[in-house]
Ligand binder design. Structure first.
Ligand code: NAD
Ligand code: SER
Length: 318
């Protein structure tokens, strides 16, 4: 049962995940309980749904004051630079992705916060990891700066849990597909753009090759996974770095075939760019059996169900 005494701060609430996660947390815990924050202006879909504050999470003092002022008990940290944007400025990505996490973990330790959520990514895996059904525990040698920050972040989470008992929990999200808010500069963004372009123009030019398989997930599953992980009894959380979670795996050609079942005129062509190299370094599919065994993870959306839902919702908006 949700505890009504919680006060939750979502950092990076105006991004692709933040908008939907904030709305869901407000549904569960009550709108006044969930404070949304971001560098950006408040997202249109958040307006009127609960409190919003402007916050640069790199400013530890401001963040600390906010935690005290609002009696925050849980922090969901979503601020980050994603894979493609991070490659354009590796040192900036390192600074944002690491310092944000260290600020949150350290204030969580100092103020004895009940829980922290921070997402990792399938990007922790690199070219030397097994490509198919990539296990929870395997060779992890990321070749992208984004993956390096996620791997380092996972080690910090485990360290703060073991050393200071900070109850920090994490998921290695696959590429996330959603229609409510736009993706923020990742390599898996093609799988969102393709739906928008299909509905508007019946045509999409993919920046990844036809046969590039990647692990993917529909946003409702990602939000549910996050909430279920955070609500699970602490004794069930055996992985304190970050859990593999999976739902589906497809390529640009595969998703195009599925879209054609609904839009027979749809045409895809291919013009790869530098994101191909990033995608080639990542797994093709993920083994999430530890998340399933430990806290009961089960995805609900496969490619067919997600495609039908995406197209139905995007058509409504036209
Ligand atoms: P996003 O880029 O859409 O959103 C990030 C938000 O953080 C933005 O609104 C941005 O304004 C905000 N932000 C950036 N710097 C900030 C700062 N200094 N202070 C406060 N806010 C700041 O990203 P997303 O897709 O919502 O991803 C959220 C988290 O999930 C990230 O850690 C990302 O690595 C992880 N993740 C996302 C995916 C995906 O497919 N979307 C997959 C795996 C992991
Ligand atoms: N979807 C993310 C990206 O492509 C993976 O973490 O960057």
């Amino acid at each position: 049962m949700p505890n009504r005494d919680e006060k939750i701060l979502v950092v990076g609430a105006c991004g692709q995940i933040g908008v939907e996660l904030t709305l869901q947390l407000r549904k569960i815990y009550g709108e006044g309980t969930v404070i949304a924050s971001d560098l950006r202006e408040e997202h249109q879909l958040l307006k009127g749904t609960g409190p919003y504050v402007s916050l640069d999470i790199l400013n530890k003092e401001t963040f600390h004051v906010l935690v005290l002022r609002y009696n925050i008990t849980q922090v969901y940290l979503l601020a980050a630079l994603l894979s493609a944007t991070a490659e354009k400025n590796p040192l900036l990505a390192w600074n944002i992705n690491m310092q944000s996490l260290l600020n949150v973990l350290d204030v969580a330790k100092e103020e004895n916060l009940k829980k922290v959520y921070w997402p990792s990514s399938i990007a922790v895996f690199g070219p030397s990891s097994p490509k198919e059904n990539t296990p929870q525990h395997t060779v992890i040698e990321p070749s992208t700066i984004y993956g390096i920050t996620k791997f380092a972040g996972e080690r910090w989470c485990e360290y703060y849990f073991n050393r200071y008992k900070v109850d920090v929990r994490s998921l290695r999200y696959p590429g996330l597909i959603s229609y409510k808010s736009q993706p923020g500069g990742g390599t898996t963004d093609y799988a969102v753009e393709i739906f928008h372009d299909a509905v508007r123009h019946n045509h999409y030019t993919s920046f990844l090759n036809a046969g590039t398989f990647l692990p993917m997930m529909y946003m409702p599953d990602a939000i549910r996974a996050t909430v279920e992980l955070m609500q699970a009894d602490a004794s069930k959380i055996k992985v304190r770095s970050s859990y593999n979670i999976g739902a589906m795996s497809f390529s640009p050609a595969g998703i195009a075939d599925e879209i054609k079942k609904h839009l027979p005129e749809f045409v895809i062509d291919y013009k790869k760019d530098n994101r191909q190299q990033i995608a080639d370094s990542w797994p093709r599919s993920i083994d999430d059996s530890e998340a399933k065994n430990d806290w009961g993870w089960q995805p609900e959306y496969d490619l067919a169900r997600m495609t039908a839902d995406m197209l139905q919702n995007l058509k409504k908006g036209i």
